[in-house]
Design a protein around this ligand. Structure first.
Ligand code: 5GP
Ligand code: ZN
Length: 115
């Protein structure tokens, strides 16, 4: 598994080769604002290491860190009334960027089931 993929947009965000609104960063993950927010708050949390999607990841620590970071970022942004976390996987899951990411959506009510 390579640490980054040459043509991956999120790897470029990790390397600061393309700009983004980074709101959290540690050794393992970064969180930044989605370029096309679907909710008043729409944050993406990603591992710095490149993995295509959930199917490719079996690292429990990495997955745990990702989810805990998503929660911390949500609470730091005041989403104490709740928030939606989403991981789209593969074409049928609606994944468009193939670097695993957790969406954190908040600031409005999110109905269920999604589209
Ligand atoms: P997916 O559809 O793969 O679950 O989600 C990909 C998300 O990445 C989308 O919500 C899309 O708006 C966001 N996105 C795509 N390109 C960029 C970019 O260059 N910068 C940022 N900040 N978000 C992006
Ligand atoms: Zn990547």
């Amino acid at each position: 598994m390579s640490n980054s993929s040459e043509d991956c947009i999120f790897c470029k965000i990790v390397k600061k080769e393309i700009p983004s609104k980074i709101i959290f960063e540690n050794d393992d993950c970064i969180a930044f604002n989605d370029i096309k927010p679907a909710s008043p708050t729409h944050i993406l949390v990603i591992p710095k290491k490149h993995y295509k999607n959930l199917i490719e990841v079996n690292d429990k620590e990495l997955l745990g860190n990702l989810l805990l970071t998503a929660k911390e970022v949500a609470l730091k942004h005041g989403l104490t009334d709740g928030f939606r976390t989403v991981i789209n996987t593969g074409d049928n899951g609606g994944q468009t960027v193939y670097h695993i990411h957790v969406h954190v959506l908040g600031g409005r009510f999110h109905k269920w089931p999604p589209g």
